[in-house]
Ligand binder design. Structure first.
Ligand code: KG4
Ligand code: ZN
Length: 357
């Protein structure tokens, strides 16, 4: 039996995480998956404070790694390699996990693997589902990213569309802040919106029927801000939360249709392809239901990571590590961290002034 065991480390933003994952003849086994969220530390600032996040990672990372090892019932000597997130993310935070990962790999004389956080999300459903066949369509929706990618094979990503301003999770967080729901807002807004009138407010659909599968959420945020300023009653806030969530569902549904057409134009019209939806926002039940229904109608098989693997975690990082280890894609201990790191290196950067779509 071919067995590969990896330690994964994730500190790109505000979660300090470590996991031990095994691949047994290619099948994943999660031996431990420990995540320490820093929500409490950042809540009173209404967003992640990078220096505070880095300090909290430094204070906890050794304990989290020890806990992951302890839970896995394995010892450091049983590890075949160490994978750590080296981008994209907050530089001061990435430094913590990547430094300790390199030190451990160097000390153990085992390979170090530098992992792209987005690739972690992209491959995360494979930790639970059986083999996912290539090519597949990927929708990555998190606090920092919103993009459609055509995944042709391992490590071969073609970006079909991306956000030109805010990420969808960011839009959820900002709207939740306007409604005084606290931070991080996505899950809180989803809960608060239950029972609200989805049709109470008419909100804009930026880039409707233009710019392919590219997305935009900044105009939506401004519209919500204008309305929120004049709302006094909790009932109306609930209605606004529900209306916001509904328009996001609609935007994602419409843009996914476009991305599916783009995907089929290259990959073929008759086959049934997987459609993977990953990242923190993929935890949203209404968005899940809407995209699942759409996918099934368009002959795509919808695959979501389970809820506990939607948010940031190190299991997904270790799993990418194992995939790269199998292909002997090792990294040097001098590997630099990257605050920006697109999965499709050739994709145009679509943010900032002068953008033409
Ligand atoms: O993937 P993730 O944990 O971290 C990043 O890599 O960004 O995603 C976090 C984002 C946050 O913006 C959070 O508000 C959002 O995912 N989120 C949700 C839900 N749960 C988390 N957004 C909408 N509905 C949810 N249930
Ligand atoms: Zn993430």
């Amino acid at each position: 039996m071919k067995k590969i065991t990896f330690l994964g480390i994730e500190t790109s933003c505000d979660e300090t995480a470590a996991a031990v994952i095994q691949s047994l003849n290619g099948k994943p086994k999660i031996l431990s998956n420990v995540v320490l969220s820093q929500i409490k530390q950042h809540a009173r600032y209404g967003g992640v404070v990078p220096e505070l996040a880095a300090r909290t990672h430094i204070e906890n990372i050794d304990k989290i790694i020890s806990k992951a090892l302890q839970k896995s019932k394995l010892d450091l000597k049983d590890i075949d390699g160490v994978a750590a997130t080296t981008g994209p993310g907050l530089v001061v935070c990435l430094n913590v996990g990547s430094s300790i990962g390199k030190s451990l790999a160097g000390f153990l004389k085992k390979p170090f693997i530098a992992v792209n956080h987005l690739e972690g999300h992209a491959l995360s459903p494979a930790l639970i589902h059986q083999k996912i066949s290539y090519p597949y369509l990927l929708l990555l929706i998190s606090g920092g990213h919103s993009q459609f990618l055509m995944v042709k094979s391992f490590d071969q990503y073609v970006q079909l569309g991306t956000t030109i301003d805010d990420a969808v999770g960011e839009a959820f967080d900002k709207t939740a802040k306007l409604l005084d729901l606290g931070y991080p807002g996505g899950a809180k807004l989803e809960k608060f919106a239950v029972g609200g009138d989805e049709e109470a407010f008419i909100l804009p659909f930026p880039l409707f029927r233009k710019a392919g599968s590219n997305l935009s959420f900044a105009g939506l945020k401004t519209a919500v801000m204008r309305i929120a300023e004049n709302l006094k009653l909790k009932k109306h806030k609930k209605d606004l939360a529900a209306s916001f969530q509904k328009i996001v569902e609609k935007i994602l549904e419409e843009k996914t249709k476009v991305a599916m057409e783009q995907f089929r134009a290259e990959m073929g019209f008759n086959e049934n392809f997987p459609f993977i939806i990953a990242g923190g926002v993929a935890a949203n039940k209404k968005i899940r239901a809407r995209l699942k229904q759409l996918a099934e109608g368009k002959k795509f098989t919808p695959i979501f990571p389970p809820l506990e693997l939607c948010g940031d975690n190190a299991a997904m990082i270790a799993w990418v590590g194992i995939q790269k280890f199998k292909r002997k894609k090792f990294d040097s201990l001098n590997t630099k961290i990257r605050s920006r790191w697109a999965l499709d290196a050739s994709a145009p950067f679509l943010k900032g002034p002068g953008l033409k779509l």
